[in-house]
Ligand binder design. Sequence first.
Ligand SMILES: Nc1ncnc2c1ncn2[C@@H]1O[C@H](COP(=O)(O)OP(=O)(O)OP(=O)(O)O)[C@@H](O)[C@H]1O
Ligand SMILES: [Mg+2]
Length: 290
Amino acid sequence: MTPDLLQQGARRVAERAQQTAQKTESGGRETSYGRIANPGEVDLTHGRILYLEDVSVSFDGFKAINKLSLDIAPGELRCIIGPNGAGKTTMMDIITGKTRPDEGSVFFGSTIDLLRHNEPEIAQLGIGRKFQKPTVFEHLSVFENLELALKMPKGVKASMFFKLDSRQSDRLAEVLHTIHLAGSVRVQAGTLSHGQKQWLEIGMLLMQDPKLLLLDEPVAGMTDHETERTAELFLSLKGKHSLMVVEHDMSFIRTISDIVTVLCDGAVLAQGTLDQVQADERVIEVYLGR
Ligand SMILES: Nc1ncnc2c1ncn2[C@@H]1O[C@H](COP(=O)(O)OP(=O)(O)OP(=O)(O)O)[C@@H](O)[C@H]1O
Ligand SMILES: [Mg+2]
């Protein structure tokens, strides 16, 4: 091959690489079949909504997450269990952009590189997160809290002139029903029980119609009855949303789980049905040994 041809070939390769980089603004890579995903679109052609691969993070030399790899299918309700300090909350911090890993990759669908986005952008992309402590607006009614969840991403000025359209009103009514609060629309959030506040906060997330919901110890502090109703709620969300639920309450996990992932020392120790992982010697050891 002549030097000329070599140079032309190199130029073509460079041009193609540049075109790809320009098209994938979301920080993505090419989808399958060479299709380029639109920015923000979640590409599910590989049957996975969330991928973590070889993710590690250290805090002052301590490896809280250690080569963690895990993936979740669209519509799946994945339960995550593991002893205290296993890295469950830190994993959610990484997915939502609160903590940056030292290494590894985190993708939303096949093309959206979450490590190239900050916390608000990740929420906008369709990943909702529920922390353990309920954070509803106590002085506002149930209705106003849900309405506010729609206003919040729009900024102060747009919020002042914000009015629910009919589609949003329908969505609000649907969410009220889903979270078992249809009979408490005008009730001040501060007077709700702990469990009802948790449901209201989940409702606020649902108003944004997230594709993936991360829930950290959602039934902690709930009564048995509230826990049962939360299980019904999560089962009703499965299929419409993808859910990742971290919990220590095993009877709750038994009611809602298909696949359970056990985390330990920042990595996956075991995965399978609850019966399978509970029969696993390594799992028994980490639970009994601490
Ligand atoms: N910001 C931080 N700085 C220092 N250490 C941290 C930080 N965040 C987490 N850790 C440590 O990382 C480890 C994992 O913590 P993490 O909160 O993720 O565990 P967990 O599995 O959620 O536990 P639990 O079941 O008790 O909620 C712990 O040893 C914790 O002390
Ligand atoms: Mg935690």
